[in-house]
Structure formats: C-alpha cells, structure tokens
Design a protein around this ligand. Structure first.
Ligand code: HXC
Length: 258
C-alpha cells in the first residue's frame, strides 16, 4: 500500500503510524484521513497487530484540519459529502488499542484526532487546543463532546470558547493525557506501553477497550451490564485459562490470542 501522508511500520505486534505532512504541520486533509482509514481497516484485520501508536513528527502532532482546503468549501458541499464523518470517524470505531503520542501542537482536528485514541502520552512540548473559534467555526470532529466527557464542562468550555492552548502538565492535571514524558523519551515510551498492551491477550484487550468505551456511550447500569457480559465472555477464551493457570503455577502466561 503506497502512502503519501503517513509512515507505517510494525515493531513486533505494535503498528506505528506517523502523520507525515511536515511542511504544513501535519494539517489534516481529506487525502490523509482517507489513508488513515485505509490503514486502520488493514490493521484491524491483521492478527499480527495487537496495539497501535499514532504520532506526528518530533515537533508537531497536527495543527488541525487543513484550513487552506476548507476555506472555500460551502455548506451544501460539506453537508452532502458528510465532511469529517467520512474517514475521520474510522479512528473512533477502531477496535484495537491505540495510543496517541503527542509532541508539539495538537490543535483543532489534531486535538480531536488524539482524543479519538484510547489514551494520550504527551511530551513536555505538547500543546492542546481547539482554536476553531478564532477561524469563525467550531470543533467538528467530536472535540466539543469528547472534551466535555473526558475533562468536564469547565475546561471544555474554556478551551472551545477561548481557543487557548493547554500545555502538557495542565493537560495531565485535567485528565486529557495519561502521562507526560520528555520529548526525547516520547516515542520509546509510547512504543513500550503499546508493547506491554500487545503482550496481553489481543481479544481480551479489545474487550477491555470496548468495556471502558461503554462508559461514554450509555447509562451506568447499562454500561455495567455490558461490562459483565464482556467479563463473562473472557471465560470462553483460552487466554483466560492460561492467564489464571500461569498465576496459580507461578509462571509467566503464554497468551495465544484466542
Ligand atoms: C493548513 C497549516 C495549518 C492548518 C499550519 N499550516 N497549520 N496549513 N491548515 N491547520 C501551515 C502554515 O500555513 C504554514 O505554511 C506552515 O504550516 C507553518 O505554519 P506557521 O504558521 O508558519 O508556523 P508557526 O508560526 O510555528 O505557527 C504554528 C501554529 C499556526 C500556531 C500551529 O500554524 C496555526 O495557528 N495554525 C492553525 C491552527 C488552527 O487553527 N487549527 C485548527 C484548524 S480548524 P506556509 O506555506 O506558510 O509555510 C480545524 C477544524 C476541525 O481543525 C474540524 C474537524 C476536522
């Protein structure tokens, strides 16, 4: 698969996707979104991949949707083509664990793309923001909703209404990112964490992801019911037998991902 806007490599069971449009600070154009959707389709089917890291360059994650490509589009065009839903939403429906590794700006659609990942590891240089209001528009890839769910109304409103950016530590304090590391350590740390996840049972990690995501999609009682069903399902998986047998026998488990 020839890629013009992404770099893709696989390290054992971890796929590393790098946004690769550095001259425009990884501005997210339709072609890039289409490539990403195609890559995710493939990785979801590839049983040798059990976790994904999505990152940018060493200095920028993504400075948002491509403003130059958006500026002359009109309502009927964006509405009928379902701009942003098509391809962009693929990341949110991806079933395997995805870590966003963010250095530098994650603005607008870049911040929203990071929010579609399961969690974010930030470098000291990371800057998160939803500056759309400065352009006369609003977040369109789920930012207003995911920020409100993940970090609460106060911070979400502050970001969306003022367009200000959060540095890595403020982002960590409010729960937008899970951990902050040095810029030099970012990629290795993200790959190390992804490798740890990939070392567990692949299907069980998918179920764990599905269970946590249930918390944002439904009521508490329905979410707990879904979790219980998924928990029960793990008992049909060989890896649950192996994991518990390994504990009892005081050895490391050998998960077979089935
Ligand atoms: C297109 C962009 C871009 C973008 C940067 N560039 N961001 N091109 N779309 N979102 C281009 C610049 O035009 C410039 O190209 C090159 O990248 C370098 O950018 P500079 O501005 O010169 O860099 P710097 O001075 O370091 O400033 C960095 C920056 C600034 C603060 C990130 O570029 C900026 O404010 N960018 C826009 C951020 C933004 O508003 N994002 C939200 C977009 S709307 P040239 O050719 O001049 O070198 C959005 C809506 C999402 O995301 C809705 C759903 C998808």
């Amino acid at each position: 698969m020839k890629l013009d806007y992404l770099l893709l490599e696989q390290i054992d069971a971890v796929a590393l996707i790098r946004l690769n449009r550095p001259l425009s600070l990884n501005a997210l154009c339709a072609e890039l979104a289409a490539e990403l959707a195609g890559v995710l389709d493939r990785l979801e089917q590839d049983r040798s991949v059990r976790a994904v890291v999505l990152t940018g360059t060493d200095t920028v994650f993504a400075a948002g949707a491509d403003i130059m490509a958006m500026r002359n589009r009109n309502y009927i065009d964006v509405y009928t083509s379902d701009f942003v839903t098509v391809d962009w939403e693929r990341l949110a429906s991806f079933r395997k664990p995805v870590i966003a590794a963010v250095a530098g700006y994650a603005l607008g659609g870049g911040c929203e793309m990071a929010l579609m990942c399961d969690f974010i590891i930030a470098a000291e240089s990371a800057r998160f923001g939803q500056p759309e209001i400065k352009l006369g528009t609003i977040p369109g890839a789920g930012g207003s909703q995911r920020l409100a769910h993940f970090i609460g109304k106060a911070k979400a409103m502050d970001m969306v209404l003022t367009g200000r950016t959060l540095d890595a530590h403020e982002a960590e304090r409010c729960g937008l990112v899970s951990r902050v590391v040095s810029d030099a350590a970012l990629l290795n740390e993200a790959l190390r964490v992804a490798a740890r996840i990939a070392g567990y049972s692949g299907p069980v990690a998918m179920m764990a992801k599905e269970a946590v995501n249930g918390a944002f999609e439904t009521t508490l009682s329905e979410g707990v019911r879904q979790e219980r069903r998924l928990f029960h399902s793990t008992f049909a998986i060989e890896d649950q037998k192996e994991g518990m047998a390994a504990f009892a026998e005081k050895r490391e488990p050998q998960f077979m991902h089935r």
